[in-house]
Design a protein around this ligand. Sequence first.
Ligand SMILES: [Zn+2]
Length: 267
Amino acid sequence: MEQKQHDLGSTKLRRDRQNESQAEKGQSILWLRWLIAAVFFILVALLLMALIKCGDQPAATDELPIYLSCPDDNHPHLIDLGLPSGTLWACCNVGSRTPEGFGGYYAWGETAEKSDYQWSTYAYYNSNSNTPMDEAVNIGYDIAGTEYDAATVNWGDQWRMPSSDQSHELIYNCSISWTTRNGVRGQVVKGANGGSIFLPAAGWRHHAVIDSVGVKGGYWLSTCHELHPIYSTRMVLRDTTIVYGLLRYFGQSVRPVSVISAKTVVD
Ligand SMILES: [Zn+2]
């Protein structure tokens, strides 16, 4: 009887050990599954981050074909307006992936948006200034392609803010007219070759306010005012489109041009 009880006891002990062993095995498998799932999610997250990062920056201009107008929704496109210099303009603003989108508002020389645009929030404000003409730090006469260029920094090395010369060339060689496209007021700029771009009248930002939306547009150029460097040049969309100066701390649109030109492209 005692022997039988002992046998039953040891059988129970074996079963308990077997159960414990199976439970440990089950737990190990569970941990392994969690580990695999975690690694999988991390890899997916990294992949998504890489895709989003790629998506923020358009392709290099030498990889893009040249068009007279947008052929599809894969903006930005390089648009040939038949300009004498061969300068190619982008079809949309920095910060937008559609021609009608306003995109970002940038102070001159800054490459990111902010909530308040004035001297005290301007990255290149000279707080030791003695005169109003001394309120801006000198970051160069022409910032095209530098660390201060919102087009280059946000879109890549092959994009630039246009210079005042390039902007003058656009104005003098194209017909410009007001229109409304997809509910957005702006100007169509049409070259003699039939190429055209749309510039939305995004207004501009002063302090926390956006002024003149749908009525005017302000596009920063890469060159500052030669005599008064607290001003930089901008292309202003109004009744007549002109190149003018504005205090550098205002937030305005940026429409990039390409470093490659229609004249340098070999078919
Ligand atoms: Zn386009």
